[in-house]
Every structure is written in structure tokens, then in C-alpha cells.
Design a protein around this ligand. Structure first.
Ligand code: PMP
Length: 408
């Protein structure tokens, strides 16, 4: 029930209207069920942090505790430590983006960046464009600020530019409600697909023509198993807002990410971040600096890549072996996820209880669309966390559940 100033939930509690509209993340809700020891979870998006060498972690944390306590245990500046920013500038240079610390702002993971950018730029009713399906954490971050999220489908070459153009024509040139387009160009979450070079260029042309910002979210870009490196959007245009994170190349427990953007964008983000958390964790930032400067982190990254590569291959081989001909799925060149599409009549949300009984979990496809309805016949499955034998067993179990629902 809503009156002019008060909003109540079903229990009569007075809460904000935006919270009434929020949906809990299906993935977070699944965490509890998926912890049963007999269940193989394909639902999370977790890196396998057991691959991190203990010696490197100890070295980084010890250095902080012994030499840099005064800094690491103190408040820092809102935009982050300049030394940490320099580390991220170096990481960006590796992938073809030249930038300076003044164009970098440290966040508490890419997730906070999504929230801060939304807080700084979205008014209720504004239009946000994104791939559909897209990262559900982004949908959660955007939704709090009540925009209209328009989804653009993808194919094997990423977001469909022909459909984006059609959508932009409907929105109209110079529409002040159109704020930004959010994309995960590399090994998209949940799709696993990568945007081709030609589409990257076209996207930037359209951004200039229709005057919208482009948010490039790139947590998986360095986890490539096939093919060559793709030039980031940020390397093609200074105007792009790039989101980076250490979560998939180091550790998500150290909540550290970064934004690379023009200064006028960062100044707004800085302003809203002050009200969110004053500053990010100084401790985490100093650990991150040591990890990326004093340890053989490239070697560890190689280990992540070779392990996930093997797991990706195991999952694709199991899908080829066990899944019915009526199913189709993406074949990612990197990242963590495969997107499966089943015949139209499937409802993967209701099928989840059967899958759980069979000892496997996944994320139903409708979680990745803002309307919570599209994508009912699809699912996201993750291959980064379980070893190959388990992935094989999980896909076998899932195929059995699907086969039982197939209309022959
Ligand atoms: N963006 C995407 C596409 C992601 O998959 C994730 C994490 N799963 C995030 C952002 C958030 O990452 P972080 O741990 O840096 O907050």
C-alpha cells in the first residue's frame, strides 16, 4: 500500500517504496541450499581462491601488518590511495588502456562502482540500456534508483547492434532520459559471449550519435582460454567508464575494484561515495598493492587461467555428451559461465527444486532480466568452481532432470 509519503510492506512495516520493488538475488538465496555436501553447485560465480599460493598472501599481509599499520588501519581519502591507483593504471596498461591515477577511483569491488554510478546518474524513469540477460547484481544496483532498463539481446558476437539501433530509434535522439548503456563485453555474465571488434566500434559510434555514456564492466577480461585479446572499449574512447576488479584475478574477499573515467564523472562519484562509506578499506588497498608489486601474481593468474580452461572444456564436453538435442548453449572463450537455452515450454525456476533433489543447482534465466519473466526457459551454469569430474557429474544429473521434462 502506498500513500503520498508512507509505504508499507505486507507486514505493515513502514519502508521505502524502492525496497518494496526490490527482489532478493536468486543466487544469494541459493547459497544456503547449495551448501548441502551432496549438491554440486553450478549456481555461484566464485573464483577458486584455493589456487592462490599461501606464501604470496602471507607476504602481502605480513608487509602490511609489520610496516604499514599506521596507514592500513586508518581512514583514507574517498577516491582511494594513489599507490593503489598506480597499480591499477599498470594493470590497465597491460590490456591496452593508458590512464593516470587522477582518472582512477577505488571502490569496494565493481559492485560498489555500479551502485555509486547509479546513485550519481539515475533519476527515476531514466532509461538504461543493457544486454539482456545481464549481470543480476547490476540489475539490483540500478533498480534501487528506479530506472527503466531496456534489454538488448546478444548472439555469439555479443550485444546485437541492429537491435540496439532499433531501440535507440524508438528512444529518439537527444532524449534526456537516456543515461547510459551497461555492457560486459568480455565473457559476459551470464551469457559467456564476447563482443566482436566491429560491434565495439559501432557501439561507440552510436553512443556519440545518441549521447549516452558507456559503462564497460570487465571482471573476466584476463581469464581468456581461447583466441586473442580484444581491445577494451575504454582503449577506443576516453569517454567510456571502465569498471575493474581484483575479484576474479586475485580475491573477492578483499573488496577492491576501480573506476577509470573522465574527471567530471569521478567528481560526482566521489561526492556520492562520501555518503556511502567515506572511503574504501585502506587495509585491503595496501594488501592489494603488495600483492601486485611484490608477488609473482602473473604466475598465479596463469594458474587460474589453465585451471578454468580445463573446467570449461570439461563442462562443454559433458554438455555435448549428456544434454538433449533440443537444448542449445554458448561456448565461452573465457570467464566463468555458460548460458543454456531450453525449449520455450521449460520453466527453469520451477525445475530448480527437482534439480536440487537430483543434487545440482544452477541460476534460473529469469533472474537476469529486469522484468523477472523473460528467460524462463534458460539458465546460467558456472564452471569455475568445481573440478572436472564434479562438473561432469553435475551436467549428467542436470541432463536427467531436463530429459524428464522434455515433451516428446
Ligand atoms: N560485474 C560482474 C559482471 C560480475 O560478474 C561481478 C561479480 N560476480 C561484479 C561486477 C561484482 O564484482 P566485485 O566482486 O568486484 O564487486
Amino acid at each position: 500500500m502506498t500513500s503520498a509519503h508512507l509505504t508499507f510492506d505486507q507486514t505493515g512495516e513502514k519502508i521505502a517504496e524502492r525496497v518494496v520493488k526490490m527482489r532478493s538475488s536468486a543466487v544469494r538465496d541459493l547459497f544456503a541450499a547449495a551448501s548441502r555436501p551432496d549438491v554440486i553447485s553450478l549456481s555461484g560465480g566464485m573464483p577458486d581462491v584455493s589456487l592462490l599460493p599461501q606464501s604470496a598472501i602471507k607476504k602481502a599481509v605480513r608487509a602490511v601488518c609489520e610496516d604499514e599499520r599506521a596507514v592500513a588501519l586508518q581512514y583514507g581519502s574517498t577516491d582511494g590511495r594513489v599507490q593503489t591507483k598506480q597499480v591499477f593504471c599498470d594493470l590497465m596498461r597491460d590490456i591496452g588502456v593508458r590512464t593516470k591515477p587522477e582518472n582512477v577511483l577505488i571502490t569496494s569491488g565493481a559492485q560498489e562502482a555500479l551502485d555509486l554510478l547509479s546513485k550519481a546518474f539515475i533519476n527515476p524513469g531514466d532509461i538504461i540500456l543493457a544486454e539482456g540477460p545481464t549481470y543480476l547484481g547490476a540489475l539490483q544496483a540500478f533498480s534501487a534508483y528506479e530506472p527503466d532498463i531496456h534489454c538488448i539481446p546478444f548472439d555469439d558476437e555479443g550485444m546485437r547492434m541492429d537491435l540496439l539501433e532499433e531501440e535507440l530509434a524508438r528512444i529518439g535522439k537527444g532524449n534526456p532520459r537516456l543515461k547510459f548503456l551497461y555492457t560486459i563485453p568480455n565473457f559476459q555474465n551470464p551469457g559467456g559471449v564476447t563482443m566482436s571488434s566491429a560491434r565495439r566500434k559501432r557501439l561507440l559510434e552510436l553512443a556519440a550519435e545518441y549521447d549516452f555514456m558507456v559503462l564497460e564492466d570487465d571482471p573476466y577480461g584476463r581469464l581468456r582460454y581461447d583466441g586473442g585479446h580484444m581491445v577494451p572499449l575504454k582503449a577506443l574512447s576516453d569517454d567510456v567508464i571502465y569498471l575493474g576488479t581484483i575479484s576474479k584475478v586475485f580475491a573477492p574477499g578483499l573488496r577492491t575494484g576501480w573506476i577509470v573515467a573522465p574527471k567530471h564523472v569521478l567528481s560526482k562519484v566521489n561526492l556520492v561515495k562520501q555518503g556511502t562509506d567515506l572511503c574504501g578499506s585502506s587495509f585491503d588497498q595496501v594488501v592489494v598493492e603488495h600483492y601486485f608489486t611484490d608477488t609473482p601474481w602473473q604466475k598465479t593468474l596463469q594458474k587460474f587461467v589453465s585451471t578454468y580452461h580445463e573446467r570449461r572444456d570439461a563442462m562443454l564436453a559433458a554438455l555435448d555428451e549428456y544434454f538433449p538435442a533440443e537444448a542449445s548453449w554458448t561456448r565461452p572463450d573465457g570467464g566463468f559461465f555458460v548460458w543454456v537455452t531450453l525449449p520455450e515450454y521449460f520453466d527453469t525456476a520451477s525445475m530448480l527444486s527437482e534439480a536440487l533433489e537430483a543434487g545440482v543447482t544452477y541460476v534460473p534465466g529469469d533472474s537476469f532480466f529486469p522484468d523477472g519473466k523473460t528467460g524462463k526457459n534458460s539458465m546460467r551454469i558456472n564452471f569455475s568452481f568445481a573440478p572436472p569430474e564434479k562438473l561432469n557429474e553435475a551436467i549428467k544429473r542436470l541432463a536427467k532432470v531436463i530429459n524428464e521434462r522434455l515433451e516428446l
